[in-house]
Design a protein around this ligand. Structure first.
Ligand SMILES: [Cu+2]
Length: 170
């Protein structure tokens, strides 16, 4: 596990809730929303039942990547950058979204989401209906264990997740 110093920017992002910080002694960060004018490269990711393609992506420390995410499947899928801890709470949130009629396995109900104040527009994720394409621009930290997963209930459990391999730079 790498130790990451929190800069003012990272703290600001943490306060908005887009980064989940582990408990003291396990300082880690999944990175921060990227600046669209600072993108180093674009990677296209396809989501299907229940896979991401590619499912392993190598990234460099500090690199800003634009992920162009395409849902080629027949179910609602999500691309979400995080860790097991962030995903567990997020999946619970999505379970209640389904219970409240904000989404089904095949459709999103944006009106219901807006009424409930759940816009589901976190910078680290994109939730897509079949055929939709979404963007996530993300700046990676210097280290840590970070991956990507779909938190539609049952999908990550069925293997819908992937790994970022953080290179070591110089
Ligand atoms: Cu999924």
């Amino acid at each position: 596990m790498y130790r990451i110093l929190l800069t003012g920017t990272a703290l600001g992002v943490a306060l908005t809730g887009t980064i989940a910080l582990a408990s003291p002694g396990h300082d880690s960060s999944i990175g921060q929303p990227g600046d669209a004018t600072m993108v180093d490269r674009t990677i296209t990711i396809e989501m299907d039942e229940m896979t991401f393609s590619p499912e392993v992506i190598e990234v460099q420390p500090g690199e800003t990547i634009r992920f162009e995410v395409v849902n080629v499947g027949r179910a609602v899928h999500e691309f979400n950058i995080g860790t097991n801890e962030t995903w567990n709470s997020h999946r619970d949130e999505m379970t209640s979204m389904m219970r409240e009629g904000m989404m089904t396995t095949r459709q999103l109900n944006h009106d219901r989401m807006m009424e409930a104040g759940m816009m589901h527009d976190d910078a680290n994720s994109t939730l897509l209906e079949p055929g939709e394409t979404g963007d996530v621009i993300w700046t990676f930290p210097d280290g840590g264990e970070i991956g990507f997963a779909c938190n539609v209930p049952g999908h990550r459990e069925a293997g819908m997740l992937g790994d970022f391999r953080l290179g070591h730079g110089s």
